[in-house]
Design a protein around this ligand. Structure first.
Ligand code: B12
Ligand code: SF4
Length: 501
């Protein structure tokens, strides 16, 4: 059977997002499910790297019997557009399916005639069974027997099939079918590290931060690839740089020790990065040193805030002291710390000043400032849904405020857009430390450094401008409604004319 899997593109070229300069990674969801159906003819299109017309052309030429796409919240409309294009081109001969975090956590966003099915939760087994059933031309009614789906009925309603049990032993899954993305592989990077391969080595997280739905998506369970299989996968990729995609990689000490043993024993020489919590880093200096010696060169951590009350309110279960100790340790070890910090809607001018001063004090290599966003599926969303200014999924990208701000909105974005410049001291301190301690990394990363600097320069004008954020809201957030009543009053007092984007 012919299958086309499509990674959607952002809805507007050049829009600010992580993928511009910070993190652009291979479509692991799609290579993972593709690996489950090796007997079929599968193609993957990464529309972030293709021209707009490619999808139409490939649909018309390849004429797949199944088109699948993936979606996090921000990709919602573009994912639907992919499936709509498939239906428009091929009609009902083509079965369409979407999977990923957003369809699992907010399925109603995909209840649309162009969507035949939604994959709920993990996709490997569900996809394999679905493809097998479609290849045998089983009737739509018989698909009801496949667990883990929401299936569209003739009357337009969706039927939820049995719950799909999670795959217990991740080692039993085949390695993702990366050969299907060979032509894109040179393009994927994390900051200066690229070309970069991505490997997901665990699923789930044992914490329950209220702004994150990872633990809900994976039903509070965490599962791991064994150290042996992780290193098999590392060895199998030709890229010098590897990113472990796990949301919380730094968690099971026993596994991390085993991973270091395995990397050392097999003499694997790769630079790798991952995501991990500041409290783990701060509390495990010896293990962090071992990981560094095994090639760890960058860690992305949610530092979130300088304020204990704010950390507690997010149910983060770590402290500002952990943040401080983690940042210092990473500098000392020569590991790049990428830190995410959250700006809240109740921020005053002083709160912005304090946050930026705190970041400079921490001295991390790459501070990323984001806006607190109640992502669909999270506790925060359920608690604050009634306050949302919009449900438009394009603005749930952590770079726009979907809640009213205390400062006048333009001022809020002006302060937010200052983040890069205001935290320059931190960049200098954090990067300087790594440069001194790991000069050999910079040698290997030289082409990536050139690309990073070029792209950063290219995107600076939009990244550092409040106008970009306001522009994106035009037609989505009502300029009157988007001010909180208090901010509105304040703005009216201070500004002769209420400026709108
Ligand atoms: C890499 C990554 C990115 C990459 C892009 C990834 C991509 N390919 O598009 C980048 C860096 C660009 C990115 C950006 C963002 N990301 Co991100 N990202 C991830 C991360 C760490 C890994 C994704 C991955 O490959 N996972 C491994 C694969 C195997 O898992 P999977 O995607 O869930 O796929 C499985 C199932 O979902 C299902 N499935 C998925 N798709 C399909 C399709 C079909 C047809 C089928 C049958 C099944 C299926 O089967 C797969 C195998 O089991 C996830 C965290 C995570 N654990 O997934 C966050 C995550 C997806 N990101 C998230 C967020 C919030 C963002 C941002 C909004 C904010 C940010 N982090 O700054 C931005 C948005 C981008 C924008 N421009 O606005 C959230 C999404 C929450 C949500 N409600 O959608 C996640 C879950 C992180 C979190 N802690 O909550 N991200
Ligand atoms: S934010 Fe990180 S630590 Fe918190 S639940 Fe999500 S993945 Fe786990």
């Amino acid at each position: 059977m012919k299958i086309l899997l499509v990674q959607p593109s952002p809805f507007e070229p050049g829009r600010i997002g992580l993928e511009n300069t910070i993190w652009f990674c291979e479509p692991v969801a799609l290579t993972s499910i593709a690996a489950m159906v090796p007997e079929h003819e599968v193609r993957i299109l990464d529309m972030r790297l293709e021209t707009e017309v490619t999808l139409n052309r490939v649909l018309a030429e390849f004429r797949p019997a199944l088109v699948g796409t993936t979606s996090m919240t921000t990709d919602c409309y573009q994912a639907k557009a992919v499936l709509q294009t498939a239906k428009d081109t091929l009609g009902d001969k083509c079965f369409t399916i979407v999977g990923g975090h957003h369809p699992t956590l907010m399925p109603e966003d995909f209840f649309d005639p162009c969507v035949d099915a939604l994959c709920v939760g993990e996709g490997e087994e569900t996809f394999r069974e679905l493809v097998s059933a479609l290849a045998q031309q089983r009737s739509r009614g018989e698909l009801d027997e496949i667990a883990g789906l929401l299936l569209r009925r003739a009357d337009g309603s969706y039927h939820r099939t049995a719950k799909r049990a999670q795959i217990r032993a991740l080692d039993t899954l085949p390695a993702p079918a990366r050969h299907l993305i060979d032509r894109y592989r040179a393009e994927y990077f994390f900051t200066v590290a690229g070309p970069m391969a991505s490997i997901a080595t665990s699923r789930g997280c044992s914490f329950d931060c209220n702004f994150c739905a990872i633990w809900e998506f994976y039903e509070r369970k965490t599962r791991f690839l064994s150290a042996k299989v992780v290193v098999d996968r590392m060895e199998a990729v030709s890229e010098k740089f590897v990113f472990f995609l796990d949301d919380n990689f730094l968690t099971n000490k026993h596994r991390l020790e085993a991973l270091c043993d395995e990397i050392e024993r097999r003499g694997v020489k790769k630079w790798w990065g991952t995501q991990g919590r500041a409290d783990f880093i701060a509390n495990n200096p010896e293990l962090m040193k071992r990981l560094r010696d095994a090639g760890l060169v960058m860690v992305l951590s949610g530092y979130e805030s300088n304020d204990e009350d704010a950390l507690a309110a997010l149910l983060k279960r770590s402290t500002a002291d952990h943040n401080r100790r983690a940042a210092a340790l990473l500098r000392e070890l020569g590991i790049f710390s990428t830190g995410i910090f959250m700006v809240r809607q109740d921020f005053s001018e002083e709160d912005f000043d304090t946050l930026y001063a705190h970041i400079n004090d921490l001295g991390i290599a790459l501070p990323l400032v984001a806006i607190l966003t109640p992502l669909p599926g999270t506790q925060l969303y359920r608690a604050r849904r009634h306050e949302l200014l919009t449900e438009d999924r394009r603005l749930f990208d952590l770079l726009h405020s979907v809640l009213p701000t205390k400062l006048p909105r333009r001022r809020f974005y002006e302060r937010f857009a200052e983040a890069n410049r205001a935290t320059w001291e931190s960049w200098k301190k954090g990067n300087g430390a790594v440069l001194k301690k790991r000069p050999e990394f910079f040698k290997d990363a030289l082409p990536g450094i050139v690309r990073f600097v070029t792209r950063a320069h290219q995107y600076r004008p939009i990244l550092e401008s409040a106008e970009t954020h306001l522009r994106d809201e035009v037609g989505i957030i009502d300029p009157e409604a988007r001010m909180s009543p208090a901010a509105n009053e304040d703005a009216k007092r201070r500004l002769p004319v209420l400026e709108v984007a």
